[in-house]
Design a protein around this ligand. Structure first.
Ligand code: SF4
Length: 245
């Protein structure tokens, strides 16, 4: 969830010359493992996952409600209070100003985290040298992306995963899951494929139906996807985390 801070600028129809943000969380203990972080929510995502909790960030609006200069001044006052700044969204790699924004944040002395759904492998390749940790979503089997996201984007996601692993940047790969989206066999096959690509740290997070405005999912049963599947998935990775809803 994003929380607004008072950094309003006048709406403008001019092309954004700075990162286009939809919101800021000044303090989070859950968005970068082991670090306290500020989280910046970048506007824009071309996908339409039925379980999206941030549909208000899917559009790229003409207005840029967070002024970058004011935000930098705000972050400068957070030095020593938070360790890192996480770029989230939406999909942060949609924004051509992402690398510049990361450089600005790095210059203040913060670590850099990135949340991405792996949509734009080229932009990812461009920014990864500035990133200290990346949490990336793999929505399901690469051949099955259209069903979940509305976009047949499995090949570009796979390319992004390969780019992240080749970069050596610390990572966590996550899959949001629900019995209506993935069978246990599907999850086990996906785990094997991700491990073969070099993913070492993986999390399954049960879909949270609360706050999904565009789809109606029943609650995830607490025993899903079952002990056999969980054992098989965990065996593929150095670390494995199950996050119940
Ligand atoms: S990729 Fe993320 S931001 Fe985009 S629609 Fe899916 S859940 Fe929402």
């Amino acid at each position: 969830m994003s929380a607004s801070i008072s950094l309003k600028s006048e709406p403008s129809s001019k092309p954004a010359k700075t990162l286009r943000l939809g919101g800021v969380t000044p303090f989070s203990a859950t968005d970068y493992p082991g670090k306290l972080a500020a989280v910046l929510f970048v506007q824009g995502c071309p996908w339409r996952c039925g379980y999206c909790h941030n549909p208000h960030l899917q559009a790229r609006t003409a207005a840029n409600p967070v002024d970058w200069a004011q935000l930098k001044a705000f972050l400068a006052r957070r030095v020593g209070l938070v360790d890192a700044v996480v770029f989230s969204g939406g999909e942060p790699t949609i924004d051509p100003r992402l690398a510049d924004a990361m450089a600005d944040v790095r210059a203040l002395g913060f670590g850099i985290g990135l949340h991405t759904a792996c949509i734009y492998p080229e932009r990812l390749r461009q920014v990864l040298p500035q990133v200290d940790w990346v949490g990336f979503d793999v929505k399901g089997p690469f051949a099955d992306y259209a069903r979940i996201t509305g976009s047949d984007a499995g090949a570009q996601v796979r390319a992004s995963v390969e780019t992240i692993i080749a970069s050596g940047v610390a990572h966590e790969c996550r899959t949001t899951t629900h019995p209506q989206l993935h069978s246990p066999a599907m999850l086990m096959a996906l785990a094997r494929e991700l491990a073969s690509l070099g993913v070492r740290h993986y999390a399954l997070q049960h879909l949270r139906p609360q706050g999904c405005p565009s789809a109606h999912y029943p609650p995830v049963p607490s025993d899903y996807p079952g002990p056999e599947a969980l054992r098989a998935i965990a065996a593929e990775f150095t670390t494995f985390t199950l996050r119940p809803a």
